[in-house]
Design a binder for this molecule. Sequence first.
Ligand SMILES: [Zn+2]
Length: 209
Amino acid sequence: MQSSKAVIMALFSEDQTQETNRRGRIEIICGSMFSGKTEELIRRLKRAKFAKQKVEIFKPTVDSRYSQCDVVSHDKNYINSTPVDSSSSILLLASDVDVVGIDEAQFFDLGIVDVCNELANMGIRVIVAGLDMDFKGTPFGPIPHLCAIADEVSKVHAICVKCGQLALYSHRTVNCNKQVLLGETERYEPLCRKCYLKALKQQNTLKEA
Ligand SMILES: [Zn+2]
């Protein structure tokens, strides 16, 4: 049996060689809201910085929840970032770096897939964080495509607020059908599959009543 340390190392790619030998690769950190995606992205990027690597971080301009120029996690941990309008801008801005971080990647256009491949082919380590599913449980934007082309995918989980199991859904607690509801993190709750289905059922019963 693998030791728990070995499992953690595999999950969070603690492989030393990645940080010392420059090698192009794509890492995806995906999961529901409140699963710690951004925290994990920041952790990996900070480690690369400590290793004196040149790091550049991008996020889509649509995500202005906390700050225009920083990647900020829910617990207010942050790292400086550049907001960009489209995925193609990343290629223009990411010259001469060792590591590229991309946060809230679900909001980018599908072009982000080719951009990540191009960066990795140039020898850059690309670390992407994003929501894998929207509030309806549908794969979100380019994330499934990015998972397909990635060298490594880490699916992180929140904790279900109803039962304490691992949560994979971001359940929306208000009645709104738009896919994107920005700046409204308090209107979501992480739920496990069982509790998510139960919540949907209850909502449908309320609608019909
Ligand atoms: Zn649950």
